[in-house]
Design a protein around this ligand. Sequence first.
Ligand code: NAI
Length: 295
Amino acid sequence: MKLGFVGAGRVGATSAFTCLLNLDVDEIALVDIAEDLAVGEAMDLTHAAAGVDKYPKIVGGSDYSLLEGSDVIVVTAGLARKPGMTRLDLATKNAGIIKDVAKNIMENSPESKIIVVTNPMDVMTYIMWKETGKPRNEVFGMGNMLDSSRLKATLFSQGARNIRKAWIVGEHGDSMFILWSQADFDGDVDRSKTLEEVRFVAAEVIKRKGATIYGPAVAIYRMVNAVVSDTKEEIPTSVILQGEYGIEDVAVGVPAIIGSNGVEKVIEYELTGKELNALKNSASILKERLKELGY
Ligand code: NAI
């Protein structure tokens, strides 16, 4: 089994490390415009693997041919927002990068499933899907899985136990919301405060350490595992909707079954009116953003 990573920065390298430790990987390829960084990360990962008596082939560089034959490719290539940069500036720059990455993946490893992480993630997932021309089950995005990990941690801190299901869905951004109608855990929590706490907690991490890294890495690993181990588990995933929940032609986070074919099914829950409106609101915000970028 081979995993590809485009972007060997903080999240790319740490998710490669998490997958390396937790999965039976034969090969890992890291591609980054910063060639030395990708080579150095590949060497460091090789040494980490040997420490637990694993000897997969791990390569790094700036040449996309390294990705050839990857089962899954995780895309974290892109820029983070810098002071003075608007949301649209960032989206425009990262859209250019994603277009380039899409072309290179199709030239070198067209069969791979692609998990998009680069922000604004839902928008980048749609652009990746459009630019690769791949079926929607093969191109999807990670964001709500991380939001939901934060939700679970917050619920636990409020006294919830045996958390069987707790999803955040919608845009991976300001309009995300908690799918309370499907939440399943023991104990009582103050629902009115929970979403704000989840948002606050993510911003606190960024304020203190400059980026979120381990949380995204584990969420990425969970999605990679679902594909390569064909777990067919339910994961909130940014999927290009084609009529589900009355929404079309936009990528937005919904609960989905993830397995060896990628997105195997979008789960259409019976939502409350408020939840359905929130999902439609996220979809229309994301469509506006895509329009700003010419999609
Ligand atoms: P980073 O700056 O550490 O890594 C990004 C890497 O992309 C750098 O190594 C850079 O050289 C590379 N890169 C830039 N342009 C490239 C190109 N044209 N081709 C190949 N590589 C290129 O950033 P970090 O912290 O790893 O975050 C990566 C992205 O993931 C950001 O957009 C961030 O906002 C996003 N993110 C998304 C999350 C989610 O839940 N969806 C969670 C955390 C981060």
